[in-house]
Design a binder for this molecule. Structure first.
Ligand code: PMP
Length: 350
């Protein structure tokens, strides 16, 4: 016997590349180019306090988020980015022999967590136009998870359809991963359904709309019973997930609604402009409700465009994967960055 036989074998998630140089146009990991609010930047963080453990319940942050979303603090769970919250939720709620369901084209971390935790899963094919079909999630299952808007397609599922999925699964947990929902039209979020459905968990992140991917804050909102289950698993694994600066800056960020609204609307405006430009260049673009677009070049392969762009210091995301290999995922940056991208595509990739 050899220790190698006992090692847990995993096929890990591959995050987008983080180039070392600052001198690139980085549109490959759906970051937000505007940075955190001044309320965060001007927040004084007493580093002397780092000698002490943080509050394991991260109560200040939980209270700030509860207040912001008008829910009870007992309905909020915080973690180290929504990846941590989602991983914890998989571990907590997907614990049956029946397969969990998620789309075939979706956030590629889902199958990784399922494999890591030994959760059986089945993928449901998106329609020809890359939409989630609610009926697919109305069969025997051990739970359901999907992003809304979906990634990497950027397509939104309307709230009525989301509710149908939740309603059809009253005795299973449905996780709606709303990493990008702040870029979708008002009224797209499943949060207002939380009070009515004890099987719904909505997951959010600071990484996109709040432009704080580097800090790592995510959270989930659901009924208290669900949150208590998540807490029990968290306290069985790592009590101090939220460090002191995260708690402090996380509170400061939600206190600046004006800045939040302003940067989101800038990104949406840039996205609408960029989509039109891409279409004029002959690209097919899926309707986007996110801070990125999923676009297919008319006359060149997506992989070729991806490689040419990278050579010029423009980073897109490309998935060499059945059904989507003709698409590129392009994050919406500043107007200036997107103008440079359009010029690059005009000159090299049409
Ligand atoms: N869900 C989706 C759909 C995502 O695309 C991402 C970003 N990779 C995440 C969750 C995780 O984001 P974070 O951990 O930065 O909150």
């Amino acid at each position: 016997m050899n220790w190698r036989e006992y090692v847990r074998k995993v096929d890990p998630y591959t995050p987008g590349e983080q180039p070392k140089s600052e001198n690139v146009i980085k549109l490959n990991t759906n970051e937000n180019p505007y940075g955190p609010s001044d309320k965060v930047k001007n927040c004084y963080s007493d580093l002397e306090l780092l000698k002490k453990y943080p509050d394991p319940a991260a109560s200040d942050l939980v209270d700030a988020l509860a207040d912001y979303h008008k829910v009870d603090p007992g309905q909020v769970f915080v973690g180290v980015g929504s990846d941590d919250v989602l991983g914890m939720a998989f571990m907590t709620f997907f614990n049956s022999d029946r397969p969990i369901l998620f789309p075939d084209i979706t956030y590629s971390f889902y199958p990784v967590w399922a494999s890591l935790f030994g959760i059986p899963y089945r993928t449901m094919a998106l329609t020809e136009d890359y939409s989630i079909r609610p009926e697919d999630y109305m069969q025997e299952n051990g739970g359901v998870v999907f992003p809304n808007p979906n990634a990497p397609t950027a397509k939104l599922l309307d709230l009525t359809s989301v509710e149908e999925i939740i309603k059809a699964n009253r005795d299973r947990i449905v996780i709606v991963d709303e990493a990008y929902v702040d870029f979708a039209p008002e009224g797209s979020s499943a949060l207002p359904l939380v009070d009515r459905y004890d099987n719904l968990l909505v997951v959010r992140t600071y990484s996109k709309s709040r432009s704080m991917a580097g800090l790592r804050i995510g959270y989930a909102i659901g009924q208290k019973e669900l949150i208590d289950c998540l807490q029990a698993v968290k306290y069985s694994y790592n009590s101090y997930t939220m460090n002191r600066p995260s708690i402090l800056y996380g509170c400061a960020a939600v206190a600046d609604e004006d800045y939040f609204r302003e940067t989101i609307s800038k990104i949406i405006n840039t996205r609408e402009w960029f989509v039109k430009e891409l279409e004029e260049l002959g690209y097919e673009v899926l309707p986007s409700s996110a801070n990125f677009v999923f676009a297919s070049p008319g006359n060149m392969s997506a992989e070729e465009v991806f490689l040419k762009a990278k050579e010029k210091g423009i980073y897109f995301r490309y998935f060499k994967q059945p059904r989507i290999e003709r698409f590129l995922r392009i994050t919406i940056g500043t107007d200036q960055e997107m103008k440079q991208v359009v010029q690059f595509l005009k000159d090299n990739c049409t």
